[in-house]
Ligand binder design. Structure first.
Ligand code: HEC
Ligand code: HEC
Length: 444
């Protein structure tokens, strides 16, 4: 935003100011925010002045000044800052040194603290999903870790997934779709990079912990970004870039700038059907596998049922089970390729998903080869298709747009269009083998 437009915005907002909670922008501590102080804030937001010029603008202490902080300052400028007489919610400070919780109440206790009627907390630790500050990802009582047969690829990030349900409630089984979860459910997914994939004892760096919470109004997404000290994760709405470096299994060093999505981007993937946001992973086929729990290895569907988190599930043998894309003992090349496409593409590429107008359906139950791409021309020709004619050319991965777009890292070409900056070579090998072996006639 240009300086003049931010200032214009600030002045325009003076007219509609509402009472403020804190004293954002009160650089000299006199209880009001003057126009001069506002201008300092605008300069910090623009990067033309350091945050140290007036730390009072950096309300959430994240080292930068954002529009919401400017707006808070504008409010303070007209109505003055909150005084001791202003009622404040009872909040127990979280002992991390990272700053106190200001958005939600944290009652005393050591169990999970989640209330679906409250707005998202500032600090992940306020929920007590994990033991201690959560740095070890050791779940608290009732927070059940889980894993998927074939996960979403996210630039080689490792992931920790958990589910928590309010005591006494259960999800209802479905053979095809995500389970039907009760109000109050929290699904948790942490993204991390191990220092060295060959040696887990070297530890990992936590990047972000994403939440999907089930409110009475529907599912609500939020992410929490971990600080460099790895002592706390803080609510983050506008996304963030985080440089990361790690050693791959083959010993090579990789570096990328990891992009924490903004909360509008969550829905681009999570609106699997008819623009309704919801969970994607917890489906019978994805969960039907053993998990190494602290007390031993047990099938996840069986464990979810035995702890009361799932009702109406058949025995695991009678439930669908997805292949593990890189484990040949788990299924044929075709089963593994189709599973990978189901998990990594099917939430957009299905008849009611975001990419429905492409006519390319990569969900696992699509049986018509023309609809999963065989000899299908793309709806939009152009550079996105690399001058190739069809999505899948049987026997010829080199002539298949699907392969080309999975390999590419160029914006506008790369698929998925979000959450991937590196090619997933191990998956491409499976997809290309499947296309090479497809026993279907050549395209006209
Ligand atoms: C590139 C697509 C994509 C984007 C963008 C995305 N997700 Fe997801 N997410 C997925 C897929 C696919 C899964 C299931 C597979 C897995 O967990 O590996 C998933 C799983 C999750 C889970 C575990 C529960 C579940 O639905 O399986 C949570 C929690 C979650 N995402 C939260 C978020 C939040 C919050 C955002 C935005 C800040 C977000 N996601 C953005 C694709 C995406
Ligand atoms: C976040 C949603 C999203 C995800 C996830 C996604 N796509 Fe797409 N895809 C789209 C959209 C939107 C289009 C149409 C616009 C375009 O061609 O870029 C598209 C178009 C395509 C096309 C051209 C199809 C045609 O016939 O016109 C191919 C091929 C493709 N995607 C492959 C994939 C593959 C393979 C994956 C998974 C590895 C994937 N996509 C994941 C949204 C997505």
């Amino acid at each position: 935003m240009k300086k003049s437009s931010i200032l214009g915005l600030a002045v325009a907002l003076l007219a509609i100011a509402r009472p403020a909670l804190g004293c954002v922008g009160d650089c000299n501590g006199d209880g009001v925010v003057s126009i001069n102080e506002l201008i300092v804030g605008v300069n910090i937001a623009l990067g033309t002045a350091p945050v140290s010029a007036c730390a009072a603008f950096d309300d959430d202490s994240n080292g930068e000044v954002r529009v919401n902080e400017l707006l808070a300052a504008v409010n303070n400028g007209t109505v003055g800052c909150a005084t001791a007489a202003t009622p404040t919610p009872t909040v127990t400070p979280v002992p991390t040194g990272a700053g106190a919780e200001t958005r939600c109440t944290v009652p005393e206790g050591d169990g999970v603290n989640f209330d679906p009627a409250q707005q998202f907390c500032d600090l992940l630790s306020s929920y007590r999903f994990f033991q201690g500050n959560g740095a070890t990802q050791e779940p608290n009582a009732g927070v059940l870790p889980y894993d998927l047969n074939t996960p979403l690829f996210s630039d080689y990030a490792s992931k920790h997934r958990f589910v928590w349900l309010p005591p006494g409630t259960s999800a209802t089984y479905s053979a095809h779709d995500s389970f039907n979860f009760p109000v109050g459910t929290v699904l948790i997914k942490t993204f991390a990079y191990p220092a060295d994939y060959r040696d887990p004892s070297l530890g990992e760096r936590l990047i972000e912990t994403r939440l999907l919470v089930r409110r009475s109004t529907g599912w609500d997404p939020m992410t929490y970004v971990w600080n460099d000290e790895q002592t706390e994760a803080r609510r983050r709405v506008i996304g963030q870039s985080v440089p990361v470096t790690w050693i791959q299994l083959d010993g090579s060093e990789r570096s990328i700038t990891y992009h924490v999505p903004n909360t509008n981007q969550c829905k681009e993937c999570h609106e699997e059907h008819n623009s309704v946001l919801g969970p994607l992973g917890p489906k019978a086929r994805n969960l039907n596998k053993d998990y190494p729990y602290a007390d031993g290895s047990v099938n996840q569907l069986a464990r979810w049922t035995s702890v009361g988190y799932l009702v109406n599930a058949p025995s695991p043998d009678a439930a669908p089970r997805a292949a593990v894309f890189d484990d040949p003992s788990s299924g044929s090349v075709e089963a593994r390729a189709r599973t990978y496409l189901d998990v990594n593409c099917g939430h957009c590429h299905n008849p009611t998903g975001l990419a429905r107008t492409s006519g390319l359906y990569l969900n696992i139950d699509e049986m018509d080869p023309a609809r999963f791409g065989v000899c299908k021309s793309p709806v939009a020709a152009g550079h996105g298709s690399g001058d190739l004619k069809v999505d899948i050319y049987p026997g010829r991965p080199d002539l298949s747009i699907l392969s080309y777009r999975m390999q590419s890292t160029m914006p506008g070409v790369a698929m998925p269009e979000l959450g991937r900056q590196t090619a997933h070579d191990e998956a491409l090998a499976v997809i290309n083998q499947w296309i090479a072996e497809l026993a279907l006639p050549p395209c006209e």
